[in-house]
Every structure is written in structure tokens, then in C-alpha cells.
Design a protein around this ligand. Structure first.
Ligand code: NAP
Length: 238
């Protein structure tokens, strides 16, 4: 696989799956535009790769001025990994309106706005590949994850809609849907029911690198081959 000459813009590149994906695609030769709020974490990623291979753009995807900055870079983007996301697990009757809004704002509305911005530039160039980081939670619902599952179902619907509308413009849309991955994303979910559920888990979570390999496969596929959906589960978690 050779991504030399390609530029990949990755949201949520400061941690977890996005960071692993940045390293994976950079390893295939891609230039990376790394997004996330934590400037220090983005700088650490940049320092890990050859000088000039990573451009960082720190900011909050839910803030309009930041989206303008992304728009200015959009004409350079060949691969867009729509990955940033947040999660709060809790019993549905105990989720606060603020947590629900936070998840929908980040996982659905911000993801949609950035997709529109990047996709318009891709349509103008008649090429591009957008990878949505959805989840098994886009296809199933499970206890304590109600609103997160709802956001991922919505994100998946947007990915499938974009695919239908953009395929005629030479643009591929892939949905990568992992099961549980070992990252920081659950750190803020401290409800006792959630902690008890995690403690009885009978399988080992995927690694961020394993998910990044799936992204690399998708974006490296032959021009006529469109990996539409890649589901990944830890062994024993079906
Ligand atoms: N971990 C799992 O089990 C799992 C399974 C399936 C799917 N996923 C999906 O994979 C994606 C990545 O998750 P992860 O597990 O790698 O989580 P993570 O380690 O917590 O990383 C989340 C990333 O999103 C960024 N982010 C969050 N809110 C943001 C905002 N408002 N503006 C800009 N960036 C923001 C964070 O950057 P800053 O904090 O620096 O802003 C961070 O880089 C998410 O969409 C998640 O739903 C995760």
C-alpha cells in the first residue's frame, strides 16, 4: 500500500484510534493533518513523525470559527477520517440533558458539518475518500449506552447517505465499525452500573492499532473497490 502524495485529515488525532490511524497512514507515506483540542498531544504526535509530514490544527469541532479554519485546508484533503467522538455510559433515566447534547453535538452534528465542508471540496476535485468511525453501537443497542448508540446509528445513516450522493462524484465512503477498543473514551463513565458491567466483561478489547489497520486497508483499496462497511469485534464478544 502506498499513500505517498496523499493528504489525510484526521479528527480526534490527539488520542486513541485517531492517533493510531495517523501513525498508520503516515507509515504508508501519507501527509497528515491532525485535529483535536489538545495541542500538546498533537505536538507529541508531530514529534514522532518525520519533520514536515504532520500539520496540526488544534481546536474544538463544535465551534464555528474552527470549522472555517478546516474549510481553508479542505482543498488539500484526499482522505478524511471522521473519527472524533465522545461517550458517556449511564442508565438512560440518569443521563443529563447536557451529556445527551454533548454526545449528539460532537458525534453527529459536528461530524456532519466537517463532512459537508470536506466533501464539497472533494466534489470540486472529483476524488476523495471519507472514512466514518462509527461503531458496533451503530447497529446494535446495549444496556447503559442508549444515547451513544443513538448517535452512532445517526452517524451511520449519514455515512450511507453520503455514499449514495457522492459516489457519482468519484468519492468513496467507508464506515469502520469497531466493537470495544482499549482507549480513554470510557474514562468519564463512572456510574457504578457501568463499572460493574466492565468488571464482568469476558473478552479483551481491540487495540487502536487494529482499528487503524482497517482504515489503512480501506483507503489503500484499488480504485474500483469500495470497502463500504468494515465491522471489527474482539474475539468472543459476538
Ligand atoms: N473506544 C471504543 O471502544 C470505540 C469503539 C467503536 C467506535 N469508537 C469511536 O472511535 C472514535 C475515536 O474514539 P477513541 O476510542 O479513540 O476515543 P478517545 O481516545 O477518547 O479519542 C477521542 C478523540 O476525539 C477528540 N474529540 C472529542 N471531542 C472533540 C471536540 N469537541 N473537538 C475536537 N476533537 C474532539 C479527542 O481529542 P481532544 O480531547 O484532544 O479534543 C480525541 O482525540 C469515536 O468516534 C468513538 O465513538 C470507539
Amino acid at each position: 500500500m502506498n499513500l505517498h502524495g496523499k493528504t489525510a485529515l484526521i479528527t480526534g488525532a490527539s488520542a486513541g484510534i485517531g492517533r493510531a490511524t495517523a501513525l498508520q497512514l503516515a507509515g504508508q507515506g501519507a501527509r497528515i493533518i491532525a485535529l483535536g483540542r489538545r495541542q500538546d498531544a498533537l505536538a507529541a504526535l508531530q514529534a514522532q513523525l518525520p519533520s514536515g509530514q504532520v500539520l496540526t490544527l488544534p481546536g474544538d469541532l463544535t465551534e464555528a470559527p474552527y470549522l472555517k479554519q478546516i474549510e481553508a485546508l479542505a482543498p488539500q484533503v484526499d482522505i478524511f477520517v471522521n473519527n472524533a467522538g465522545v461517550l458517556r455510559y449511564a442508565p438512560i433515566l440518569e443521563l443529563s440533558p447536557a451529556d445527551c447534547q454533548w454526545m449528539f453535538q460532537t458525534n453527529v452534528l459536528a461530524a456532519l458539518e466537517v463532512s459537508q465542508i470536506i466533501a464539497r471540496a472533494m466534489v470540486a476535485r472529483k476524488q476523495g475518500h471519507i472514512v466514518f468511525m462509527s461503531s458496533i453501537a451503530a447497529r446494535e443497542v446495549y444496556r447503559l449506552a442508549s444515547v451513544y448508540c443513538a448517535t452512532k446509528h445517526a452517524l451511520s445513516a449519514l455515512a450511507r447517505s453520503l455514499r449514495i450522493e457522492l459516489q457519482g462524484h468519484g468519492i468513496k465512503v467507508t464506515e469502520v465499525a469497531p466493537g470495544m477498543v482499549d482507549t480513554e473514551i470510557r474514562a468519564g463513565s463512572t456510574h457504578p452500573d457501568v463499572l460493574a458491567s466492565v468488571a464482568t466483561r469476558k473478552f479483551k478489547a481491540l487495540t487502536a492499532d487494529e482499528v487503524a489497520q482497517a482504515v489503512a486497508y480501506a483507503v489503500g483499496a484499488e480504485p474500483n473497490c469500495c470497502p463500504d462497511l468494515i465491522e471489527l469485534r474482539p474475539q468472543g464478544s459476538a
